[in-house]
Design a protein around this ligand. Sequence first.
Ligand SMILES: Nc1ncnc2c1ncn2[C@@H]1O[C@H](COP(=O)(O)OP(=O)(O)O)[C@@H](O)[C@H]1O
Ligand SMILES: [Mg+2]
Length: 251
Amino acid sequence: MLLKIDKVSKIYGEGDNSVIALDNISLDFNAGEFVAVMGSSGSGKTTLLNCISSIDKPTKGNIYFGERNLLKMNDDELSEYRAKHISFIFQNYNLITNLSVYENIILPLQILGKSIKENQNNIEKVMEELGISKLKSKFPNQLSGGQQQRVATARAIANSTDILIADEPTGALDSSNSENLMKLFKDLNKKLGLSIFMVTHDPLAAKFSSKVIYLSDGKVIDILMKYKNESEYEFLEKIIEKQKSIDEGVI
Ligand SMILES: Nc1ncnc2c1ncn2[C@@H]1O[C@H](COP(=O)(O)OP(=O)(O)O)[C@@H](O)[C@H]1O
Ligand SMILES: [Mg+2]
């Protein structure tokens, strides 16, 4: 087991103003899974990702990374967990404005003290695959939203870790760039065994995953599995069908 989410609740605020963002969620994730999390705005998707990546702390429950309980780790242990095992792609990119594209991408490697030279081939390959090689010396404010998203993605995957966490990674991309990014995710998942947790609104992105988890009001209301012999197209049809029944209040 890679991650075990055990009866996790997250409550923001207190008393009359409190919001239950996660309501007693339990989920198990194996290494190598590609999981999509879907659900309407405010259903707790970002909170769930933030708890997994230890940016946020559950109010109740436990999260295990292998045998280790994130809630029992001290700040140093949590920083190490984040640095060594987790890559993020944030909803708002979080690029550093006074660093160039290339400097942004190599920053996590530098922070971890990893050799840029040894990782150079991988860095170049990732930039090539994301179509941002020519933007190397540009600064974030000279890029479009879609380009910034691709730089943030390159930064996350150039530093190879165990788990990629992405909050709406295709949110700012047009359909062809979205598809390229999802194909890259799928490739990283298949070839490197990278485990992926991705929040998305888009069934066309979710169809690349192997499991879709539906959240509503902080609860898991459904899980769709992609079977081995199922094509992406068949899985997409299931995802769209499920979305319809959720919207119509059938489940
Ligand atoms: N820092 C916060 N303080 C107070 N309420 C929050 C905070 N972050 C999220 N919430 C609330 O928790 C609920 C879930 O939010 P979020 O996880 O961001 O949902 P989603 O990503 O699915 O849109 C929402 O009602 C949101 O307003
Ligand atoms: Mg969100």
